[in-house]
Write a protein that binds this ligand. Structure first.
Ligand code: CP
Ligand code: NVA
Length: 312
């Protein structure tokens, strides 16, 4: 059977709901004190070109809970950092491990690694998408709201980053209305908007992109944001902070949303910029449930790609 990668949300278009439910089952079972060693003896290899707290720890601990083992590889320490090609790296390391997780600067490098790897490759964030985070976020929303289809979701801030692109596709796949609220200069890549609209036609999800903040939160069940300065954008920080003025999610914006609306953020957060601390640590925020779910959702993803079965 051909190996299956998770490079972007479109790779999950047929079984996203199933993976979210598997994440919830793993979490419930594990919290009831039962073992979840469904990937015994499997080895996960993780390459990080950028820093990480959540992705690194949640993949490593998640694989250990599944009964497997994880190896952390920093380009500073492996030959890739000195110029060994991604092709050769993929051909070599995929002979050692069963699955690879890669956090990359460029999506082209992600595709190159996947192309030459014999084993499944998971995108642990690149400049276009962050699929693991979206599976996680949808899992947290489902736990809190009991459903996904028919809810309305708005993301404020940098619409042209990995999170916004993956939200567009992920929400559309599960039939959730998705609105991106961004300055014109930072609106999403048209490819993701078109794909989301195409999927939305089948699932019933409405897809909207706007630069109008006033009234944007009205009727929303979930408000989300992300840093205005993604990894790799640091040189533009001063300009970005100016250009995103007015897009902060604060208490006033939260009040405009539906009663019981949730606030989500992939973290790390920069309080006073994309969100106030009052909102992020307030009663409507589920940011730490979200962070926890990285582990359960990624365990579900790894099981799916490795073909491991859940047994009750
Ligand atoms: N949300 C997320 O991917 O966090 P890290 O950068 O800490 O992995
Ligand atoms: N958009 C952010 C997400 C961090 C998890 C970044 O790429 O830095």
């Amino acid at each position: 059977m051909a190996k299956r990668d998770l490079l972007g949300m479109l790779d999950l278009k047929d079984d996203l709901n199933e993976i979210i439910d598997l994440g919830i089952k793993l979490k419930t079972r594990s919290k009831s004190g039962k073992k979840v060693e469904y990937a015994k003896g499997k080895n996960l290899l993780m390459i990080f070109e950028k820093p990480s707290t959540r992705t690194r720890v949640s993949f490593e601990v998640g694989m250990s809970r599944l009964g497997g083992h994880a190896v952390f590889l920093s380009p500073k320490d492996i030959q890739m950092g000195r110029g060994e090609s991604i092709e050769d790296t993929a051909k070599v390391i995929s002979r050692y491990g069963d699955i690879i997780m890669y956090r990359a600067f460029k999506w082209q490098d992600m595709e190159e690694l996947a192309k030459h790897s014999q084993v499944p490759v998971i995108n642990g964030l690149d400049n276009r998408e962050h699929p693991c985070q979206i599976v996680t976020d949808l899992m947290a929303i489902k736990e809190h709201k009991g459903k996904l289809k028919g809810l309305s979701f708005a993301y404020f801030g940098d619409g042209n980053n990995n999170m916004a692109h993956s939200y567009l596709l992920g929400c559309a796949i599960v039939g959730m209305n998705v609105k991106i609220v961004s300055p014109v200069k930072y609106q999403p890549d048209a490819y993701f908007v078109e794909k989301a609209k195409e999927i939305g036609k089948k699932t019933g999800a409405k897809v909207e992109v706007t630069d109008k903040v006033a009234g944007a939160a009205k009727g929303m069940d979930i408000l989300a944001t992300d840093t205005w300065v993604s990894m790799g954008d640091e040189a533009e920080k001063a300009v970005r902070v100016q250009e995103f003025q007015g897009y902060t999610i604060d208490g006033k914006v939260m009040k405009e949303a539906n009663k019981g609306a949730l606030f989500i953020h992939c973290l790390p957060a920069y309080y006073g910029y994309e969100v106030t601390k009052e909102v992020a640590h307030g009663p409507q925020s589920i940011i730490f449930d979200e962070a926890e779910n990285r582990m359960w959702a990624q365990m579900a993803i790894m099981m799916k790609l490795l073909g491991c079965k859940f047994k009750a």
